[in-house]
Ligand binder design. Structure first.
Ligand code: GLP
Length: 237
């Protein structure tokens, strides 16, 4: 595990974007594993900037997302598809034919099969991650076991509370989601984790320094051969 401590979130985001852009430079049709939440927003802003300034070519890039809420349509402003289109896909002109993201409205079992069929055959060239306040990655919540492949999960109360800031009220935060498993995340060739803010400091210590346990899902990253954690001073405190 490599830990880079930066002065600010902006610096973390810039650096992380450069790492992902480096992967695209080496492989035009790279498969990018993407994440949602507040943390990746500026990473995507720097990637879009590079595309618009013709410093990066997204013409063949493919993407796969970690997760999606069950019950939200892709048009819903809180769906992760909507988030991805707004922050990266549309401005970089990546068509949906090159995008894999669980469909929150489809039959769950069929959707898991569709995602797993693709993910099993296509490990991501780089996976962008942020870490939830309870240590979750994607929607792999604290649990007694690590999950390997895409699966359906019941969201932890802490996650629903934390994510309710983006919804009109907590009642409207979906109770379930589809997520890539920890195994799928670990199959990415390279992993970039952005962690920002003082509210992530306690969990970050457990992630990098604590026992590897499914109770802190991100702790599994300690076993990956190419992980870079980019944390601002507040998170690294
Ligand atoms: C959501 C996503 C996670 C993400 C988490 C943290 O729950 N499913 O993949 O890590 O949010 O988000 P934030 O960056 O807003 O703290």
């Amino acid at each position: 595990m490599r830990l880079i401590v930066t002065d600010s979130y902006e610096q973390s985001a810039y650096l992380s974007a450069q790492m992902i852009l480096g992967v695209i430079k080496d492989k035009a049709d790279a498969l990018l594993g993407l994440a949602t939440g507040t943390t990746p927003v500026a990473v995507y802003r720097y990637m879009v900037e590079a595309a618009q300034q013709k410093k990066a070519d997204f013409g063949k890039v493919r993407t796969i997302n970690l997760d999606e809420y069950i019950g939200l349509d892709g048009e819903d402003p809180n769906s992760y598809l909507h988030f991805m289109r707004k922050h990266l896909l549309d401005p970089c002109q990546i068509p949906l034919e090159r995008v894999m993201i669980p469909n929150g409205m489809a039959d769950v079992q069929e959707e898991l099969q569709r995602m797993n069929l693709f993910a099993d055959a296509n490990p991501s060239d780089v996976q962008l991650l942020s870490v939830g306040v309870n240590g979750h990655i994607g929607f792999n919540e604290p649990s007694d076991v690590f999950y390997d492949r895409f699966h359906a999960v019941k969201l932890a109360q802490k996650t629903r509370e934390s994510n309710s800031r983006l919804f009109p009220s907590i009642e409207e935060v979906p109770a379930e989601a589809i997520t890539m498993g920890a195994g799928g995340i670990m199959r990415a060739k390279k992993i970039v984790v952005v962690v920002s803010g003082s509210d992530k400091a306690e969990i970050l210590k457990k992630v990098v320094d604590g026992p590897i346990t499914p109770q802190v899902p991100a702790s599994v990253l300690q076993l990956h051969p190419d992980v870079t954690i980019v944390a601002d001073e507040a998170a690294a405190a």
